[in-house]
Design a protein around this ligand. Sequence first.
Ligand code: MLT
Length: 411
Amino acid sequence: MARLNDHYLKLKAGYLFPEIGRRVKAFSDANPEAAKNIIRCGIGDVTEPLPAAAREAIKAAVDELGQRDTFRGYGPEQGYDFLRAAIAEGDYRSRGVEVADDEIFVSDGSKCDTGNILDIFGPGNKIAITDPVYPVYVDTNVMIGNTGDADASGAYAGIHYMPCTAENGFVPAIPEEKVDLIYLCYPNNPTGATASREALAAWVEYAGANGAIILYDAAYQAFVQDEGVPRSIYEIPGARGCAIEFRSFSKNGGFTGVRCAFTVVPKELLAETASGEKKPLHPLWARRQSTKFNSVSYPVQRGAEALYSEEGKAQIAALIDHYMGNAKLLRAACAELGLDVYGGENAPYVWVACPRGIDSWGMFDKMLTEANVVITPGAGFGAAGEGFFRISAFNSRENVEEVCRRLKAVV
Ligand code: MLT
């Protein structure tokens, strides 16, 4: 009989967001009237229309595909040159950060890339992951066999968990032991925290000294409001030698349904072979993508490119202002209720301590059944998320104002 991948059997219940969806569906089926009022602030999914610049570029590209002389079939697996250049220039070089066009690998999402990147790392790496965390980093390490079983609290043997608490500003301490792959996400999902330049410099120094690699998820960089907060790990000297960065058009350009993202792999980034030889990772990721991926459709890449035009940048800025205005209202409503509130100032997530005597799934149920509002329970992001809940600011202004009213009514 064919053999399955036993590692999948170690995974806990469902992936967080489908699990929330399942509970919301069960409630809705049992309460059809209340279901009509549900406002979803659980998964961080954008609600506002696609920017006009992207829409027009996508439509024009579809028309090109409708003409024999401008039709295109397969594109380059790493992404079209026009988009790689727009990204390297628009997101990096124009901000004084060195990244070459061919260090950009266009993809269909950071969720996929942060999982797929494990293909180019061998077995036996010690993995360091923050707690709470975006669940994809943990689950993909479980799937590939980098962990043992989970204990009763859901923590997997073999992962070095780095607690992120209000006390450490949700930025983990540098490990005392040696780790090889370090997942960092700033602005952070789920806590909305940011990491200072000094904090990131300490991580880069640790990685450089220990031959470790930082897997830096910067999917929320566009939401940074404070000029001093780094948007890219490559703003830190030395990071090109120890970090891979993941970015996405999902949250800034409203591309969660359109699908386009990219990963930066600097050419000087090295890792060791089984025999201890140092080799660059860039050709391995290029090879991985050429074999397993055919990039993103031409119209979508043209749409992403248009986000770097003057109109595109202005339209992104308006979207960010909208969502950050929502975050401000949500923060204020929670603070008015006397709850401890974090995040929401440089990130679209507001991280809130649960009212006394209620745990995070309890708060989820209370908000769903009494307020008909979907939030995300902190425990779903890891043991250290217990006692917190996350509210996503991705919504219409009207819905967010209503969420604030309902919060005040039930808490
Ligand atoms: C979240 O809600 O944490 C994100 O939307 C999930 C994702 O980006 O995949």
